[in-house]
Design a protein around this ligand. Structure first.
Ligand code: S3P
Length: 437
């Protein structure tokens, strides 16, 4: 990967592409496969850096992991995690480390987890707190609440956890720990968050209860259940499909189809918001794959208008606000995004970086502690944007540059490979002008 990438205003984009495999499901397929007994065959696995770090981690925990072909992987689990040698390095992956912490907590092992500079800045107590309530022990060789951390796992007791923030990572970590806990573990969410862990646990033979609780759900899981290896088919990641589709919406004359996109309603908040903005977005060939609804999504260049995004939609599109903000810059009127304080603790402070990047490109942005408002209109561009190594900040600004008056450059593009290897080639194949400098 070059040291910077520059996107320039393109002629119309067109074509049919496939999005890479869903990142959330890919992490889960590897982890559940390693916790299970027997063979798990995965197809469509995202071979991005984040997921490859999880593959190495589960191998270190004793699973046999083999790549059979492109996106095709076999995991053989030996009914649980064994003591690994060395440190478990989760790279850039918040989902990887948080789910692995939950999975590992129920086994009598002592293990140090670490990550890259970005992951070392992200809060971990949101997961280690509930796991400590279940009986796991944590030491912080450096700063408390930050990687690296040492987990001492073992006998766990079930807890009833009530979440203040809807977070699928926290929910999943507790449920995975709950598999090896004494009693029935429950997690209550304020609003529903992505439910891939619950769905996949069922596919591996576990019983998971889900009942409505207020605006959200209460999920229950009895400890002592064993998982059995199974086949997992990973559909395309809607969070990645968002980038080529966004480019089609803002570049005049474009039409792009992304095939095989996962359409789990807890992941499609962005598509709903785009439609409210007037986007010409259609779904064809709806089908079920890997226990999820899947379809081919087509976006055509559209005249968009600003909207107020309902804050209770945040969980269903939390990773998509950066690309929404980039698209909103081309709409008529302002787009208001509130209730998204969680964006500040992702791979970077995404509210601050989107505000800074868009402002550098001549877009008016008002930043608030838990949200931001983007004013729409013609976009000047003509800036070099700091991404702090955040893949979604980089891709969002490159898409912006395809429709801005002047080129847009991003630093640290190598991080795009954490979630979307092949992004630049895929975009070029659609006609985008993205060049290394
Ligand atoms: C994820 C959940 C979300 C999301 C992340 C993937 C998951 O994080 O931002 O990219 O796979 O469970 P939170 O659960 O912390 O909101």
């Amino acid at each position: 990967m070059p040291s910077t990438l520059t996107a320039r205003s393109a002629s119309a984009l067109s074509g049919v592409v496939r999005a890479p495999g869903d990142k959330s499901m890919s992490h889960r397929a590897l982890i559940l496969g390693a916790m299970a007994t027997g063979v798990t065959e995965i197809d469509g696995l995202l071979e991005g850096d984040d997921v490859l770090a999880t593959a190495r981690a589960v191998e270190a925990f004793g699973a046999e992991v083999e790549r059979l072909g492109e996106g095709r992987w076999r995991v053989v689990g030996h009914s649980g995690f064994r003591q690994p040698e060395g440190v478990i390095d989760c790279g850039n992956a918040g989902t990887g480390v948080r789910l692995l912490l939950g999975a590992a907590a129920g086994y009598p092992i002592a293990v140090t987890f670490d990550g890259d500079a970005s992951l070392r800045k992200r809060p971990m107590k949101r997961v280690t707190g509930p796991l400590a309530d279940m009986g796991a022990k944590f030491d912080w060789p450096g700063e408390e609440d930050r990687l690296p951390l040492k987990l001492s796992g073992g006998a766990l007791s079930a807890i009833d956890h009530v979440q203040t923030v809807a977070s699928a990572q926290i929910k999943s970590a507790i449920l995975l720990a709950g598999l090896n806990a004494n009693g029935v573990t429950s997690v209550t969410e304020p609003v529903p968050s992505r439910d891939h862990t619950e769905r996949m646990l069922r596919a591996f033979g576990a019983e998971v209860g889900v009942l409505p609780a207020g605006e959200g759900w209460r999920i229950t899981l009895k400890g002592g259940q064993t998982l059995t290896g199974t086949a997992v088919s990973v559909p395309g990641d809607p969070s990645s499909a968002a980038f080529p589709l966004a480019a089609a919406l803002i570049v005049p004359g474009s039409q792009v189809t992304v095939e095989g996109v996962m359409l789990n309603p807890l992941r499609t908040g962005l598509f709903e918001t785009w439609r409210e903005m007037g986007a010409d977005l259609t779904v064809t060939n709806r089908r079920t794959a890997g226990g999820e609804e899947v379809g081919d999504v087509t976006a055509r260049h559209s005249k968009l208008h600003g909207v107020v995004v309902p804050p209770d939609r945040a969980a269903a599109m939390i990773d998509e606000y950066p690309i929404l903000a980039a698209v909103a810059a081309f709409a008529d009127g302002a787009t208001v995004m509130r209730g998204v304080g969680e964006m500040r603790v992702k791979e970077s402070d995404r509210i601050a970086l989107m505000a800074a990047g868009l402002q550098a490109c001549g877009v008016a942005v008002e930043e608030e502690p838990e949200g931001f408002t983007v004013a729409g209109g013609p976009v000047r561009g003509g800036a070099t944007v700091t991404t702090h190594g955040d893949h979604r900040i980089a891709m969002s600004h490159l898409v912006l540059g395809l429709a801005a008056a002047e080129p847009v450059t991003v630093d640290e593009p190598a991080m795009i490979a954490t979630s979307f290897p092949g992004f630049v080639e895929l975009m070029r194949g659609l006609g985008a002008d993205i060049a290394s400098e």
